[in-house]
Design a protein around this ligand. Structure first.
Ligand SMILES: [Zn+2]
Length: 601
């Protein structure tokens, strides 16, 4: 089979070089050769990884639109098949960026990108004023803790430590209040005109400047916000005759704030950032149903077609050199799946009672931007959308394990999936929640029942090695036959498609885990087990050196038992890079002990 694809691949390279947008001949059934042709074009080096905002992703979108057109589907974008929107792909440092601090007439100068850097959520501007130390910048009256109670921040520049008196623990009682964005909002509310963030010397963390990468989830703070390194922070306090480490240790050990104005202090913070804004587009096509009533109910079939381009943000490549991140599985696989289903249902349009809307999203890797844009600016009445089926990474079916998110979002889902899988050829991993790491989340947030099909993560995830030759095309065909069964039921069964809200689930926009040590394990979410199961290890990582293998289940890390991913993250907290940790794994049912020498992030 592999050899067959290599030959096809050579032929395809030839076709692509003659005319990039030649759409290959296709078969109206769900067909591996069609999938191979679509996927090989999308994941080709020529498309340079389909980075949002690049000319290459636009070329991909033209291919998609042309394919929909050839099938005779109706355009349902705003500009034919396209729905354009703008994204901030980057932030550029302009000339006017500086930081200057003076204490008791002693000057401290900062070097950009070395000692300090504006944060990706900073506002622009130049301000000067006195410095006030606001501890961790946490206001938590319910816990009897408030860093702001004894200080006046009006027109001052706030010096604020990252994390909390509990260190960088991921499950701190202070919750989301430890987020830098949140702290900056609090300081601004107290009148601060700029914020300087740093990691205190008593906090167990790799000291790094906060990234300049724009976070679509975080708003522009409206005031200048910079981060400085721990050494420079210590120097500021030293020049004021104070010992920062001792001050922080006092706050941490007593869990009592110690905020104050730095006497005879002056700072000037100047930030000038320019967002790099690019236009990109979703590709949308419509296939109308035949039932006079039910055709007003629309089922969306979607996938994202963007990926990481030449790397950078989101890349897990060991080398930082730009390389094509082909994204064959993520998500040329799901994109090809949508094309194949579009073809399949176009050939069977007489059987459709409800209507189908095919959407290929851009900007997913930057934070589900295309699907958010669509649900906020829908090109069909959003209350007519009765279900959304998402496919993201369906190209690596392994041992027939298929993960399906959203199974709790309609009472219909589990019985239907189990019925279609009555021969049990798939080993399902059902996750009830409708929020998850892909575009279906945007639809679930509008109370639309969702399903998200996913064959699981792997060692090539977000790396240049996510290539066509690693795709399981027979597996894709099998997954798509299942999905076509689900969609067939949705478009032909007159029964109402009901929505259910999954209890106790919050959107995944909470705090990130802040772990300073690096192990290099790739989580396997395909199966629920007691322990932390790994799909593999990163090349050259501490986990690889320790001999961990795909399929291992970590059950003990140091002296802490591990029952799930949170236990695992928590167990890492007390360690620093270079520490050696005894780790117990279950391998083929046997307990195996390994020693991992931890690396740094
Ligand atoms: Zn991805």
């Amino acid at each position: 089979m592999k050899r067959y694809y290599q030959i096809i691949s050579l032929i395809l390279v030839f076709i692509v070089s003659c005319s990039t947008l030649k759409i290959p001949q296709t078969n109206p059934d769900i067909d591996q050769k069609d999938l191979f042709n679509h996927l090989s074009f999308l994941a080709s080096d020529e498309l340079k990884g389909r980075g949002t905002g690049t000319p290459e992703i636009d070329k991909a979108s033209e291919y998609l639109a042309k394919y929909f057109k050839n099938l005779g589907l109706k355009p349902k974008g705003e500009d034919g098949y396209f729905q354009k929107f703008k994204v901030t792909t980057d932030l550029k440092l302009k000339e006017n960026n500086s930081l200057f601090v003076k204490l008791n007439s002693q000057e401290i100068n900062f070097t950009l990108k070395v000692d300090y850097q504006p944060t990706g959520f900073s506002g622009n501007g130049s301000v000067e004023g006195e410095l006030v130390f606001a501890g961790y910048g946490i206001e938590a009256e319910d816990l009897g803790y408030n860093d702001y109670s004894d200080i006046d921040l009006k027109d001052k520049i706030a010096l604020i430590m990252r994390y909390s008196p509990e260190g960088d623990k991921p499950d701190t009682k202070f919750g989301f209040k430890v987020q830098s964005n949140f702290k900056v909002s609090a300081a601004k509310n107290k009148g601060a005109k700029a914020v300087i963030l740093f990691t205190g010397p008593n906090t167990v963390e790799n000291d790094k400047l906060i990234s300049l990468v724009p976070d679509p989830a975080a708003m522009n703070a409206g005031i200048p916000v910079v981060s400085i390194n721990t050494e420079k922070a210590k120097e500021i306090f030293e020049k004021a005759g104070l010992d920062l480490l001792a001050i922080q240790k006092g706050i941490d050990s007593l869990q009592r704030p110690n905020s104050f104005k730095l006497q005879s202090s002056y700072a000037k913070v100047t930030v000038e950032l320019e967002p790099v804004i690019k236009e990109t587009r979703n590709v949308i096509a419509f296939l109308e149903g035949n039932d006079p009533q039910l055709k007003n109910e629309i089922v969306v079939i979607g996938a994202h077609y963007d990926h990481l381009g030449m790397g950078g943000r989101g890349s897990l490549a060991s080398s930082k050199e730009p390389q094509v991140h082909n994204g064959a599985d993520d998500n040329a696989s799901g994109t090809s799946g949508v094309l194949e289903l579009a073809e399949y249902f176009s050939a069977r349009k007489n059987q459709l009672k409800r209507s189908l809307l095919f959407i290929l999203f851009s900007g997913e890797e930057l934070g589900l931007l295309g699907s958010k844009h669509f649900v906020d600016n829908p090109t069909v009445p959003i209350n007519q959308i009765v279900a959304m089926i998402n496919m993201d990474m369906i190209g690596r079916l392994n041992e027939n394990r298929l993960t399906v998110y959203g199974t709790g979002t309609s009472p219909k889902w589990k019985p239907l999936l189990n019925k279609l899988n009555s021969d049990s050829s798939f080993k399902f991993n059902f996750i009830d929640g409708g929020f998850g790491p892909s575009d279906h989340s945007s639809f679930y947030s509008k109370n639309i029942p969702v399903l998200f099909f996913f064959t699981g993560t792997h060692q090539d995830y977000h790396k240049p090695s996510d290539d066509v030759d690693k795709i399981n095309f027979a597996g894709m065909e099998k997954v798509l036959k299942l999905v076509s069964g689900v969609v067939t039921d949705l478009v032909s069964n007159p029964e109402k498609i009901e929505f259910t809200k999954v209890q106790g689930e919050a959107p995944q926009q909470g705090r990130r885990m802040n772990i300073r040590v690096y192990v290099g394990t790739i989580p396997d979410y395909s199966e629920q087990v007691e322990g932390f199961k790994i799909a593999g290890v990163n090349d050259g990582s501490p986990a690889e050196k320790a001999g961990l293998k795909a399929g291992d289940i970590i059950i003990k890390f140091g002296d802490k038992p591990v029952k799930n991913i949170y236990d695992y993250m928590y167990a890492m907290q007390g360690y620093k890079p270079g520490d050696k940790v005894d780790v117990v794994v279950l391998r083929n049912g046997q307990e195996v002990k390994v020693v991992i020498e931890l690396g740094s992030r």
